[in-house]
Design a protein around this ligand. Structure first.
Ligand SMILES: Nc1ncnc2c1ncn2[C@@H]1O[C@H](COP(=O)(O)OP(=O)(O)OP(=O)(O)O)[C@@H](O)[C@H]1O
Ligand SMILES: [Mg+2]
Length: 277
């Protein structure tokens, strides 16, 4: 069976005045209808991997891959309009910073309705009802009120949930969630994760969950990719994370706080030049 997503030797680089920055350097993985976690330190290329799959890499960057396919669709050969049709409808990404991703001059509810009406033929009243239902599903207590607010009028955590609602309203087959719950408190975080979990199990959605939070990823995902300096250094079943072999992953695990153990001073994460090769 064709996997939902195939990524072979994906590379993303940015030419700059001082030389080329290689953000992603040969990433390989396939994804089925499952929850795949991507962890790794800041700057390791997690977001750029997600953006390349979505076709949201900045224009001046260079992308190459042996294969980058969504089902049978070759994303490298897809035209800009094919890409646009996929984005939002079949492929969606919750971007790391919702404040920059929402339109600042349009009320929130209208933005969600617009996403829906771009991809589906629905009446205004049906779009409104579905937008409100989606806001309620992401635990926005007073959806009617929030519907008419502008992005600067909501809190960071609400902005994040609005973004999640907007991305889920068309029922995508693949969702890339880039730190989707980092601005939420723990109880809301669990509620949002439960929504994502339901979509994976009920609708058979594929999920790529990007996070710094190793513990969250290991409890929520089926499989975890650990990235370091633009490469995947380890791929492991989430339940076997404690058996990780790569010294960088072991270092991350060693830094997790534990109730019974003394963690002072925290170990310094090792970085070795040969891991970058
Ligand atoms: N527009 C750009 N121009 C030049 N370099 C960029 C650009 N965007 C990202 N990069 C570089 O690409 C690398 C990977 O960035 P990326 O955003 O994928 O990191 P990340 O793993 O998502 O980090 P974080 O956990 O902080 O979100 C970084 O070294 C970054 O400096
Ligand atoms: Mg990022």
């Amino acid at each position: 069976m064709t996997p939902l997503l195939t990524v072979e030797n994906l590379r993303v680089s940015f030419p700059t005045r001082t030389g080329t920055i290689e953000a992603v350097r040969g990433v390989n993985f396939t994804l089925g209808k499952e929850r795949l976690g991507i962890v790794g330190e800041s700057g390791s290329g997690k977001s750029q991997t997600g953006r390349a799959i979505m076709g949201l890499t900045p224009g001046h960057a260079r992308i190459t891959a042996d294969r980058l396919a969504f089902g049978d669709i070759d994303l490298l050969k897809a035209s800009a309009s094919q890409r646009r049709n996929l984005r939002g409808k079949r492929l969606a990404m919750i971007l790391q910073d919702p404040k920059y991703s929402l339109n600042p001059v349009m009320p929130i509810g209208r933005q969600i309705m617009e996403t829906l009406r771009t991809h589906e033929r629905v009446s205004r009243s049906e779009a409104r009802a579905r937008a409100l239902a989606m806001l309620e599903a992401v635990q926005i207590r007073d959806p009617e009120r929030v519907f008419d607010l502008y992005p600067h009028e909501v809190s960071g955590g609400m902005g994040q949930r609005v973004m999640i609602a907007m991305m889920l309203v068309c029922g995508p087959e693949l969702l890339i969630a880039d730190e989707p719950t980092s601005a939420l408190d723990v109880t809301v975080q669990l509620e949002v994760l439960a929504i994502l979990d339901k979509l994976v199990s009920e609708r058979g959605m594929g999920l790529i969950f990007i996070s710094h939070d190793l513990r969250l990823v290991s409890s929520f995902c089926d499989r975890v990719l650990v990235m370091y300096a633009g490469k995947v250094v380890e791929e492991i079943e989430a339940s076997k994370l404690s058996e990780a072999k790569h010294p960088y992953t072991q270092g991350l695990l060693n830094c997790l706080p534990q109730i019974a153990a003394d963690r002072h001073p925290l170990p310094v994460l090792e970085r070795q030049a040969e891991w970058k090769l």
